[in-house]
Design a protein around this ligand. Structure first.
Ligand code: URA
Length: 229
């Protein structure tokens, strides 16, 4: 029988950090302990688990009531690059992971064009439950989920924040602007204690409908690739 809590991620992480100490055997009085580059702080894991639980426990929400799964995130919580889309579609709702459908396949190609992949970035959405019929989330729904994604950004604390599409842009930057004017620019922005460089680009689902815009998205991707962080 498995022990109670044996898969608790926080306990596993503490254990991992404990055994993976990488002692450096030399005579130097300092720097005997080298942090493992894959080590993620217990604080961050705890904060993410707490946030996940809050979203999971949300009450009286039609989105949640109609969804199969909550979609929280994918990728590396230690990454300096965080991407935010709109909301899960039906594939994401089935799998409980963001960007796993056709738009996700294009997103993977866009990332790979600048030598990135899902293990090197962190991905989430403005809304964590699928809007029925893949409709756009309403202003009220965005308002309700905004504190969660803002907290999510603060916990991940990325150096670069990539907003995919106009829903993510209007939720986090403002809706008095249009994406065609706002994309391809660095915007310095604070989310709680997180200071980050934001770039807006087109959503992969939009690029599938308007392939002529891919050349603009490529400009944005190269800006991300070339940004010194
Ligand atoms: N579109 C989004 O904005 N997010 C997903 O996770 C999938 C499709």
């Amino acid at each position: 029988m498995t022990k109670k809590n044996s898969l608790n991620p926080i306990k596993l992480l503490k254990y991992y950090n404990l055994i993976n100490h990488n002692l450096i055997y030399n005579n130097s009085a300092i720097n005997r302990y080298k942090r493992d580059k894959f080590e993620i702080s217990v604080d961050k894991v705890e904060s993410l688990e707490r946030l996940k639980k809050k979203i999971f426990d949300i009450k009286d929400c039609d989105l949640k009531n109609n969804a199969t799964n909550m979609v929280f995130s994918d990728g590396n919580p230690k990454s300096k690059i965080m991407l935010i889309g709109e909301a899960p579609g039906s594939n994401e709702d089935q799998e409980g992971l963001p960007f796993v459908g056709r738009a996700g396949a294009l997103l993977d190609k866009m990332l790979s064009a600048i030598n990135l992949d899902r293990k090197k970035v962190y991905i989430s959405n403005i809304i964590n439950y699928r809007p029925p019929g893949n409709r756009r989330p309403t202003d009220e729904e965005i308002k309700r989920y905004l504190p969660f994604i803002t907290k999510h950004i603060e916990i991940i604390n990325p150096k670069i924040l990539v907003l995919l599409g106009s829903t993510a842009m209007s939720a986090l930057i403002g809706n008095e602007v249009v994406i065609s004017k706002m994309r391809g620019k660095w915007i310095e922005k604070k989310f709680g204690s997180c200071k980050t460089s934001v770039i807006i680009t087109f959503h992969p689902a939009f690029l599938m409908r308007q392939p002529a815009q891919k050349k603009m998205a490529w400009i944005d991707l190269k800006m991300i690739r070339d940004k010194k962080i």
